[in-house]
Design a protein around this ligand. Structure first.
Ligand code: ADP
Length: 770
């Protein structure tokens, strides 16, 4: 055992364990250790390296040092600055201190070599080795900081003890664990211990990785964004765009300070600007913020135009641009006059109701001009989503404010005349009722703090003057109707149309075509011709279009034929517009049985409504055909019942229903008609047909009927009268209660017609039947 014992200088290691076959660098600083090194170098460069139990102990004594360590060969010594020396050593063999020979000036001890015993290769040892390799393999994969080449380098190592030592040297283990492995000089014990330790480490690594992935995922996303932003910033800086950003922020800042914003709005704007600064201008968020800021800055929070309170001037403007429409004009003048007296008056919300083309939109424009207010118009036709009025929330992709705010932006002042066109054409669906939002807009109690979903700021609408238009009141929701002041604008007579054409439409068209007043002129009869034979409407829209066509054709003729001027006559009209489109359906020229002229009122104005009844043998069936709405069908049935109940009174066989069928027909007209006002017409036709009495051909009638024969009032008297007049009627039977409405009928027409006021059906029948 002689050569099993060696006397060697000893260095205690701090925090390092050295295994046989391991090559290692370490720095030596302690004087005692340096002396030991020098001693070793003087001899055969062998040294005993053994770990300290506690790395922190500066001056270890025997008890502080483990007994088992490694005998090493010193390969290289490098003097570092200061008193430190870097040593490269290679482990040679496990060994144990059996006896300290000296403690000063350096440790020297008697060392006993602990060489591995020869391992018998059997299945058990083979299994241990394989299991160890496998575990180590997994360990390397998981740990990620040991180069995979090591696996190749240990492939050739066959000696199990040696293999264990090599592997041990690569493991990241705590000092005490390593020491435990070093002290396992029985090879099988060493292998088992090692396998347990590696597996343990593998488990820990797996858990670490799991946690790592989770944490990493969280961190990754924000880090990635941050990283990309930084990169973008760098690129922008390179391209000099960072400056652009700063300039943009500065621009917004100055716009915000310059704009006369209310305090809350300004704060919000600055807050958003701050967010813009941080979000980076190329991010999606940056885009959203920018358009939001633009909206805020473009709205007239505090801009107001100064109202014209000069009543005379306002009247002039209104008269100049529109013929008639007295109710509307008067209402505006009243409003102005009251405004002048008390400044605080809230504007009325006017609803102009009437057929298309009667000038509702254009008078609204004139009102704006007369009051010196900006004008905006928004059509509500087809609006069915609350968000269209009140906007989408900002979180919604592509959100924008609603139409009200949009209109205010266009208006550029907070007190414009805001025209809400076609308020009767709104509908609603599952997305919420736009009428609800509109209620708030039109409510003077609430609209000073109107809140758009997108803006999320209160906007004051109370200074705006709202005017709405509708063709009919029936489809306007009741609560909305209650907020508005209804002004009816009815259709025009031929004479009125003539005046409008001559004084307004023609001059307007001439101006639009850039033609001097006396170059192209219109003969009066040509204008009448167009009105009577080429248009059929309550308003003047298609009249205006026809006049424009005439003008264009005349211009073309002048250019082609080198004429200096043209006076458009009826001949020209025929040449330019073709043959007459409408030959007015004149009422029957002779008295007939079962044929009565009623009068109807539709969204397009008044019209005549002929009703025909025939009686034939049968068994009491009542047939209804033609253009009848549900209400009209009902009034036909009511009429039928009335006639059956009162048959005798009118000389009709009360048993007529037993052997006669009755057929009521309402010939199709251009426009669908419905309503209860055909009641009197139905009864008159029925009585005429059943009693064989002729109906006077020059009479037209209108009125709702009850089962007891009372005549109830109807709407649209003026329109109906105009239509009857156009159809060549000279006597008109109307409900007595409509007497007050006769004021609205133009005098020229009134003087040419005979009006009969009826409160009972008997009066109607007496006047109409021969
Ligand atoms: P509405 O809004 O009632 O459908 P518009 O305002 O569009 O009708 O009118 C159609 C055209 O007829 C416009 O060019 C308008 O100037 C003209 N107009 C209608 N009524 C008059 C009127 N009373 N005086 C002058 N022009 C009129």
């Amino acid at each position: 055992m002689e050569n099993n014992i060696k006397i060697l200088p000893l260095i205690p290691l701090r925090g390092i364990t050295i295994f046989p076959y391991m090559v290692l660098h370490f720095d030596v600083g302690r004087e005692k250790s340096i002396l030991a090194l020098e001693e070793a170098m003087l001899k055969d460069q062998e040294i005993f390296l053994v770990s300290q139990k506690d790395a922190k102990v500066e001056e270890p004594i025997e008890e502080d040092i483990f007994t088992i360590g490694s005998i090493c060969n010193i390969k290289q010594i490098l003097k570092l600055p200061g008193d430190t020396v870097r040593v490269l050593v290679e482990g040679v063999s496990r060994a144990r201190i059996s006896n300290y020979i000296q403690l000063e000036p350096f440790f020297k001890a008697e060392i006993e070599l602990l060489e591995d015993e020869e391992v018998v290769i059997n299945k058990e040892s083979e299994a241990l080795v394989r299991s160890m390799r496998k575990s180590f393999d997994e360990y390397i994969k998981l740990s990620g900081n040991i180069p995979a080449e090591i696996l190749v380098s240990i492939e050739d190592v066959e000696n199990p003890g040696r293999l264990a030592d090599v592997i041990s040297s690569y493991l990241m283990l705590k000092g005490e664990k390593k020491q435990e492995l070093l002290e396992a000089y029985d090879v099988s014990e060493r292998l088992e211990k090692l396998i347990v330790m590696i597996n343990n480490e593998v488990d820990i690594l797996k858990i670490e990785r799991k946690i790592g992935v989770k944490v990493k995922n969280k961190v990754d996303k924000s880090q990635k964004e941050y990283y990309l932003r930084e990169q973008l910033k760098a690129i922008q800086e390179e391209l000099g765009e960072d400056d652009e950003d700063k300039k943009e922020i500065a621009r917004y800042k100055s716009r915000i300070t310059k704009a006369k914003l209310p305090k809350v709005v300004k704060e919000k704007a600055l807050y958003e600007l701050d967010r813009l600064k941080n979000s980076g201008s190329y991010s999606a968020e940056g885009g959203v913020i920018r358009s939001y800021l633009d909206w805020i800055l473009d709205l007239p929070w505090n801009n107001e135009t100064k109202d014209n309170l000069d009543v005379k001037k306002a009247r002039e403007v209104l008269e100049e641009e529109h013929y008639g429409l007295e109710d509307v004009k008067d209402r505006i003048i009243e409003y102005l006059a009251v405004r002048k007296m008390s400044n605080s008056l809230k504007g009325p919300i006017i609803c102009l109701v009437g057929p298309p083309g009667v000038g509702k939109t254009s008078i609204a424009r004139s009102i704006a001009k007369a009051l010196n207010r900006n004008f905006v118009r928004m059509s509500l036709g087809g609006v069915r989503d609350e968000a269209e009025i009140r906007g989408h929330r900002k979180t919604y992709v592509g959100a924008i404010p609603g139409r009200i705010i949009y209109g205010m932006k266009q208006a550029k002042s907070k007190n414009p005349l805001f025209l809400l066109d076609e308020i009767d054409k709104m509908s609603n669906d599952f997305r919420g009722d736009p009428a609800d939002a509109l209620l708030e807009v039109l409510d003077s109690e609430q609209n000073s703090t109107f809140r758009d979903h997108y803006l999320e700021l209160d906007f004051d609408l109370s200074k705006a003057l709202f005017v709405t238009t509708a063709n009919s009141l029936e489809t306007i929701p009741r609560p909305l109707l209650d907020r508005m002041e209804i002004i009816e604008v009815s259709g025009y007579t031929y004479e009125e149309k003539f005046h409008i054409a001559k004084n307004h439409l023609i001059p307007k068209q001439l101006k639009e075509h850039n033609i001097e007043k006396d170059i192209i002129t219109f003969a009066d009869n040509s204008i009448y011709n167009v009105i009577e034979n080429y248009t059929r409407e309550s308003g003047v829209r298609s009249l205006e279009r026809k006049l424009a066509t005439l003008l264009r054709k005349a211009i073309a003729e002048m250019v082609e034929k080198d004429k200096k001027n043209i006076n458009i006559t009826s001949n020209h009209v025929k040449k330019y517009l073709g043959p007459a489109i409408y030959t007015f359906e004149k009422a029957d020229r002779e008295d007939k049985i079962g044929v009565v002229t009623g009068m109807a009122w539709t969204g397009y104005g008044g019209d005549t409504l002929p009703v025909e009844v025939t009686v034939m043998p049968g068994n009491g069936k009542l047939e209804l055909t033609g253009q009848l709405g549900d209400v009209m069908k009902e009034s036909a049935r009511a009429g039928y019942s009335y006639v059956r109940a009162n048959a005798e009174k009118y000389g009709i066989n009360p048993e007529f229903h037993k052997d006669k069928d009755i057929h009521i027909h309402v010939p199709e007209g251009a426009v669908p008609k419905d309503g209860p006002s055909a009641g009197v017409t139905m009864i008159t036709a029925l009585v005429s047909a059943l009693s064989n009495r002729k109906v006077r051909h020059n009479v037209a009638m209108t009125g709702e009927i009850t089962l007891t024969g009372r005549v109830l009032p109807i709407g649209g008297l003026k329109e109906k009268t105009l239509a009857a007049y156009r159809a060549g009627i000279d006597t008109i039977i109307i409900p007595k209660e409509n007497e007050k409405d006769m004021l609205k009928i133009p005098k020229t027409i009134k003087s040419k017609l005979t009006f009969i006021l009826a409160d009972k059906i008997d009066i109607v029948l007496e006047m109409a039947l021969l």
